[in-house]
Design a protein around this ligand. Structure first.
Ligand SMILES: NC(=O)c1ccc[n+]([C@@H]2O[C@H](COP(=O)([O-])OP(=O)(O)OC[C@H]3O[C@@H](n4cnc5c(N)ncnc54)[C@H](O)[C@@H]3O)[C@@H](O)[C@H]2O)c1
Length: 249
């Protein structure tokens, strides 16, 4: 098992896509650190569930938008495992509205969590990965970063486009240390984030997807595990579509 013993941090792992990614690594007997903003109890329950796969799971509640909390989380991981092989920046939020209705606070919050949270985590782990001369950073972006958000969320697509640019910038900068930086760009994945759609909207979204279904969290997890694997060692700065053919670029 390729990931056995590797130390992997997945942010926003309390539910949805993050939980599926953490679960996929746990099945590979990796040592998975689950981060989320939900209660420590809820996160401990998820960690206990995933520990059944014999990997060692650890749950750390922290707000990725807060650099002090992120630094503390990474220091704890370093003290416990003395290494960090893979960082998956998955934590993300959406606030829907139009340019007229979205508030400044909502705009700031989405950018703080999605973009600054990704920046905070990359910054906090880079010294460990440089020392190891090895590491993989994988950001969970969105098709909205490429084409704008189709569900009217001004800050969301903007934050994801900036994540794509950050991914490519770090990929160039960190390649010399054997650190690969990539992203996945999902579309229409069946989670609580997408459960807010009306049935009419859901059907319209499915009709526009060539593969004619919503994606699953496991579809995204499979793409993340590929980018984290040795098979992807010569891939960096890539934004990998996981969208059923909705956008082909
Ligand atoms: N569901 C989709 O259709 C879809 C499509 C494209 C991209 N994405 C992206 O995938 C990622 C996961 O989405 P999801 O659908 O699983 O969403 P979700 O809302 O089900 O899960 C997101 C998780 O992130 C956590 N979180 C939120 N703010 C946080 C913070 N500040 N610090 C730590 N954790 C925090 C939440 O508590 C939650 O557990 C997000 O980045 C999202 O933008 C989702």
């Amino acid at each position: 098992m390729e990931f056995e013993g590797q130390v992997i941090l997945v942010t926003g792992a309390g539910r949805g896509i993050g939980k599926a990614i953490a679960s996929a690594f746990a099945r590979e007997k990796a040592r998975v650190v689950l981060n989320d903003l939900c209660s420590q109890d809820e996160l401990d329950k998820v960690a206990a569930e995933l520990s059944e796969f014999e990997g060692q799971c650890m749950a750390i509640r922290a707000d990725v938008s807060r650099s002090d909390q992120v630094r503390e989380m990474i220091a704890r991981i370093e003290r416990t495992f003395q290494r960090l092989d893979i960082l998956v920046n998955n934590a993300g939020i959406i606030r829907r509205g139009t340019i007229e209705t979205v508030t400044e606070e909502e705009w700031d919050l989405v950018l703080q969590v999605n973009l600054k949270g990704t920046f905070n985590c990359c910054k906090a782990v880079v010294d460990i990965m440089k020392r190891q001369q090895r590491g993989k950073m994988i950001n969970v972006s969105s098709v909205a970063g490429k084409i704008g958000d189709i569900t009217s969320a001004p800050g969301y697509g903007s934050s994801k486009a900036a994540i794509d640019a950050l991914t490519k910038t770090l990929a160039r900068q960190l390649a010399q240390y054997n650190i690969n930086v990539n992203a996945v760009a999902p579309h229409a994945i069946a989670t609580e984030m997408s459960a807010q759609w009306s049935e009419k909207k859901r059907q319209a979204i499915i009709a526009a997807i060539p593969l004619q279904r919503l994606g699953t969290p496991e579809d995204v997890a499979a793409a993340v595990l590929f980018l984290a694997s040795e098979k992807a060692n010569f891939i960096t700065g890539e934004i990998l579509d996981v969208n059923g053919g909705f956008v082909m670029d």
